[in-house]
Design a protein around this ligand. Structure first.
Ligand code: PMP
Length: 411
């Protein structure tokens, strides 16, 4: 399989013409022309509200919207009616957690999360577990900030109702052993919910084959627009569960009977999409997913692995001299597409600002993973470089040169 040509891809991303070395992809990726054009074209020619209105524009818009669900489903291994569009990963996770709580599936039991999870996973599940009269159990981390997956079998018990964990850490880049998680959960008939915000954009995934029950991800982290995320869930689950949010689009019929309101829910995915959904954004996300499938997710993953390894090789002298420390594994083979560091010489924000002066965009701070940072002794945060398809080796070289200059120049 030929490698991915980052050089050819770069012309698709006008923002790169500003000369910035963009290494903030775990926060949000840049937008290719074809995604912006698809949204523009749809807005100018076919836009109307969806939900199968009778006029031609609404029919066209509904078709485009449902096609977008189908394209996204193809990317993650499911069917179109398993794709619920939300606002982002955070909202998708809240929807998953509230749905299970609302349907009594958490009652008196435990939800297993890890101490390394993003707040978008941690907070909805901790709160939903409490709402269900149960509690969250927290899988601890090792010294590198990676969950102690070796303890899974002790932490998943007869009380476990759900295992809700991150697929790829947005801080350490460590990939969860999803097969082991699914096996442990199946043993006690618990559901597996995956925060795949850093998974779907970067790795080949097939949720059905992986045995996952629900998964969440965001459009803006995979070349798509902001304002759209996805909750993917097994069709039979969506069918049997009542949505926690009601409203326009979720019902096929509402009647007043004997003084009470009787509700007939729509089919999935509509019964989970309350109110007008992100229609233009769905068209943009579908274009982004098409582009990723054309490139091939194996190639995307290989390219990012190569850049991760190359960056860590370039940073080796700074690491050996003790000028930087990694948050997460110091073996590049154990992290995917993300290199987070700390240094005793500068605060994360200070280092980020100095890198910005050299035209390098990285993310600094606690990356919505406070417990993880506290655990590894980095309670003021870290500096994170994260890669995507349009990053080339030169970007890693610019980062390493800049870090060396900043951290080794005596003042
Ligand atoms: N989970 C992970 C692992 C993430 O990296 C992020 C984004 N930083 C989120 C959840 C939240 O995504 P969003 O802000 O799009 O809801």
């Amino acid at each position: 399989m030929p490698g991915l040509s980052c050089y050819e891809l770069r012309s698709e991303f006008p923002e790169l013409e500003r000369g910035v070395v963009y290494l903030d992809n775990a926060a949000s990726t840049l937008k290719p022309r074809r995604v912006v054009e698809a949204m523009r074209e749809f807005s100018y020619r076919s836009y109307a509200n969806v939900h199968r209105g009778v006029h031609r524009l609404s029919i066209e818009a509904s078709k485009a919207y449902e096609e977008a669900q189908d394209v996204v489903a193809r990317l993650v291994g499911g069917s179109w009616d398993e794709v619920v569009f939300t606002r982002n990963t955070t909202e998708a996770m809240q929807l998953a957690a509230l749905t299970l709580a609302y349907n009594g599936l958490l009652r008196g039991g435990e939800v297993l999360v890890t101490a390394g999870d993003h707040h978008s996973t941690l907070l909805p599940w901790v709160r939903a577990a409490r709402l269900g009269g149960g509690r969250a159990r927290i899988l601890p981390l090792d010294g590198r900030g990676v969950p102690r997956w070796d303890l899974l079998d002790d932490y998943v018990t007869e009380d476990t109702r759900v295992v809700a964990v991150g697929h790829v850490s947005n801080v350490t880049g460590a990939v969860a052993p999803v097969e082991d998680v699914v096996r442990a959960a199946r043993r006690v008939s618990a559901l597996v919910v995956l925060d795949s915000a850093q998974g779907v954009p970067h790795l080949p995934v097939d949720f059905r084959r992986m045995g996952v029950d629900m998964a969440a991800f965001s459009g803006h982290k995979m070349l798509g627009p902001t304002g759209i995320g996805v909750l993917w869930a097994r069709r039979d689950l969506l069918e049997e569960l009542e949505p926690p949010l009601g409203g326009g689009g979720t019902v096929s019929r509402v009647r007043l009977k004997g003084g009470s309101v009787e509700i007939e829910w729509e089919e999935p995915p509509w019964k989970f999409e309350a109110g007008t959904p992100p229609i233009i954004e769905a068209v943009g996300l579908a274009e982004a997913a098409e582009m990723l499938m054309e490139i091939g997710m194996e190639r995307v993953a290989e390219h990012e692995d190569e850049l991760t390894g190359y960056t860590m090789k370039l940073l080796e002298p700074l690491y050996r001299e003790g000028l930087i420390r990694y948050v997460g594994p110091d073996n590049p083979g154990e992290r995917h597409g993300i290199v987070s560091i700390t240094t005793h010489l500068k605060s994360p924000d200070e280092l980020g600002l100095l890198l910005d002066r050299k035209g390098i965009a990285v993310r600094t701070g606690l990356h919505c993973a406070h417990i993880l940072h506290d655990h590894v002794g980095a309670s003021t945060g870290s500096v994170r470089a994260s890669f995507y398809i349009y990053n080339c080796k030169e970007d890693a070289e610019r980062l390493a040169e800049a870090l060396e200059e900043i951290l080794t120049t005596r003042r």
